[in-house]
Write a protein that binds this ligand. Structure first.
Ligand code: AMP
Ligand code: MG
Length: 400
């Protein structure tokens, strides 16, 4: 038996490379991972500019508590430039985003002035009010997106604000997925007596894609040595990672294990966790291999704990794991000391704090527990039973 964190350490130690970089256009960048530090060559914004629609002027000679009358010398639209300079007592009609003219340091919002023809009467205002400073968002030369950043909508917007139309990102790792087992039938096909439909391949595909990798579906393989051997070698020939599900529980894991010992290398671990004890980790040729358990919840969970961090590392990501937080248990929960446990939870906000209960029966074959859940409840090894009102760790399901 090894612990979850020792298993994760072993897995990550085997991932010593990152995928090659590729240039992509910004519009297709969502979810990709930067392959280099993105620096700005310019200040953003590029000039001091107005934060409001209003009147730009020099504020220094405004009497405290007083009002004054200014002469409006020109109108400036966003994007237009005022070539001249304002003199004392002069104002420029200015729109949001328009560069500040020479001789002005303050903008009066149009709502606070009284305009009368070419004159405005303005109230007191703080010097510098309503001006956005050149470079206040980004300074020229600054690293704006460090290498290993996942591109969320805001990172795409920031890259665009620097004028970039392309970014260097990590290629998506190629992940081959196979289901093993004579009892596993293809959804849509007729099911023979004793067969169950293959759910793992489809759940894994979603997990793979949500992790920023590209899935390659290699179908179902019967529990036949030569067939498994051929299909695994074929899958490994064009993949960075090969995933199987099934065939690793005590009693019938020898097939996956034996094939891997023949064509690659494999470690078989009993991980001190519930659900999902058995997992096989190794290599076939240059590909990383993960033999995940057949039980659907265990399969998804072991992916989350061991495969996803490996994919994140292949992508050069800075963050490899999610960030759990604390929530109050709404019910008692059974927990065996000495192993890591995971329950499917429903996390809600009461208006004052986060609280969590389980989805009900927690068998590792009860896949609908995953559809009812919006989080995992995490129990540390040394934790025992939980009473209502105690706090537990939760990790919300991400975008998926
Ligand atoms: P195994 O690890 O092969 O002994 O499988 C453990 C359990 O998971 C058995 O009940 C299998 O029927 C089930 N199982 C295996 N593969 C799949 C799959 N692809 N989809 C759904 N259930 C599976
Ligand atoms: Mg099997």
């Amino acid at each position: 038996m090894i612990s979850v964190s020792d298993g994760q350490t072993h897995v990550l130690a085997q991932v010593t490379t990152v995928t090659a970089p590729e240039l992509i256009s910004l519009g297709t960048g969502l979810g990709r991972v930067t392959a280099e530090d993105v620096r700005s060559s310019t200040d953003v914004p590029p000039t001091d500019n107005s934060a409001v629609d209003g009147y730009a002027t020099e504020a220094t000679d405004i009497p405290v508590g007083g009002r004054r009358e200014l002469r409006v010398v020109a109108e400036l639209a966003a994007g237009a430039l005022f070539e001249g300079a304002l003199g004392p007592g002069e104002a420029l009609r200015i729109m949001t985003g328009a560069p500040m003219p020479a001789g002005a340091d303050t903008v009066y919002p149009q709502e606070v002035v009284e305009r009368d023809g070419s004159r405005v009467v303005v109230p007191p205002i703080a010097k510098g009010a309503n001006v956005r400073r050149r470079g206040e968002d980004v300074r020229a030369g600054a690293v704006v997106l460090p290498a290993g950043t996942v591109l969320r909508p805001q990172e795409l917007g920031v890259a665009a604000s620097l004028g970039l139309s392309q970014l260097l990102v990590r290629q998506k790792p190629r992940v081959a997925i196979l289901s093993t087992g004579d009892e596993v039938a293809e959804p849509g096909d007729e099911r023979k007596p004793g067969q169950i439909y293959d759910s793992n391949r489809f759940a894994l595909r979603g997990l793979v894609e949500a992790s920023g990798a590209v899935a390659r579906d290699h179908g179902i393989v019967a529990d036949v040595y030569d067939e498994l051997r051929g299909r695994l070698l074929d899958a490994a020939a064009s993949a960075d990672v090969v995933l199987t599900s099934g065939g690793v529980s005590v009693g019938d894991y020898d097939l996956v294990k034996a094939v891997l010992q023949d064509v690659g290398a494999i470690d078989f671990w009993q991980v001190a966790m519930q659900p999902g004890r058995p997992i096989a980790v190794g290599r076939i040729g240059p590909a990383h291999f993960f033999g995940l358990p057949g039980n659907p919840v265990a399969c998804m969970l072991t992916f989350h704990l061991f495969v996803r961090p490996a994919i994140c590392k292949l992508l050069g990501r800075r963050e490899l794991f999610g960030t759990p937080f604390r929530a109050v248990a709404t019910q008692s929960m059974r927990k065996k000391i000495g192993r890591r446990e995971f329950k499917r939870g429903i996390l809600t906000y009461t208006g004052e704090h986060w609280e969590v209960g389980t989805t009900g029966p927690q068998g590792s074959g009860i896949l609908t527990s995953m559809t009812q859940a919006n989080c995992l409840i995490l129990f540390e090894e040394d934790r025992g039973d939980v009473a209502p009102g105690e706090t537990v760790w939760v990790e919300p399901f991400g975008a998926v």
